[in-house]
Design a protein around this ligand. Sequence first.
Ligand SMILES: [Zn+2]
Length: 401
Amino acid sequence: MEKTKFKRRMFAVAAIVGMGMTMTQIAFGKESFNAENGGLNYVLPADNGYYFLCGGHLYFWNGDVTKQAVPLCSRPNCSHTTEDCVAMIRDASRKMYEVDDGFYVLSTWPREDSRTGEKMMPIWRVEKDGSGKEIIAEIPEAGSVNYTIFQDKIYYTMEDAQEDGNYQFSIWQMSLDGKDNKQIWQSDLYSGYIDTLQGIGDWLYVSENGCEEIIDWTNEDNIDFEKLPMRTNLYLYQPQAEEWITNPDEYKKEDVLLSIQNIYQDEIYLTYYDSKAEIRKVWKKGFDLEDEAQFVGEFPRKAYKWDNLYGYTWPDRNNENENWFEIYDHNGTFVQKIDLYPYDDVDIVSADEKYAFVYWEQVQDNVSQDVIGVIERDKIATQEATLIQLTKGMNGNSFER
Ligand SMILES: [Zn+2]
């Protein structure tokens, strides 16, 4: 492993342990550090169904749990197993964005730039009708990939590694054709990571976790990670005005790690790694900080809301053989819990009025496969909701609606 990456991992794990998380939760850390956990971009709802990314393919599913999801590829007789398949994106990042009847997906499989020799990761555009795909832009390969598409611009982070082993992040803005590119922000923390990079409403939300001081990596064995001055910043960027709002002092507590977990209509769900989840209302200028945050639970990994119901995931809370999705009403009264065990790495990635979308990995014939399933919202009231695995139509099925 490259030394910088090793240091980063050590640092991130140590920081989280210092924040009071248990060892069992560290297994989930790699996802928790990632803005992709925002949960908005794995599944894109449409009038006639849902588009989603799973296991390196784009699929369309018509919203009927008895029907298969089909690869988003209209090539006749395509096996959907070779890279010329329209629906197939090698090492696809789990985010996808819709712009003008096309889906944009980052491939983390780097290609070498023939002129500069630099390793670049392509961003693909896949036509919504499954008729074709093309590379529209590239971003530099990074150990920690974070990108988003917001208001027809690509935003991505870059690591500025320094000789002393410390590094900082910067945020870059690029046009959708990849031609115009500029740095819009430079981190003031060291050796951390960008957690959230996500456009919501008029604002790009950026949360940054790291250390206030340069770390002496030459003395690595003696670093007391718990005593490092950690900080989490939340920034909001308004692209038209090129205006940044920095986080209020409230978020500068060194014992709090803030993460945006989910957005539902005008409410935003924030989790603190010191055990709390809160809801704050989103308004036009970002957070309404005058508004009392509503406390929704302790130790959730994810929080979701449907109407007056809230759902939380609780991975490995007391027992590594447990993984529940628990649902409560607005008053905190328990309604139903759904057993997600025995699947590993179960993650509820998105929810709308009808479904919560659930991802997990399943090992078959020694090959790990990404699987997607749903939980039906309207079955929760009668406690009949279960996890339903969606089946994928492959083997020559062409995309049709
Ligand atoms: Zn295909």
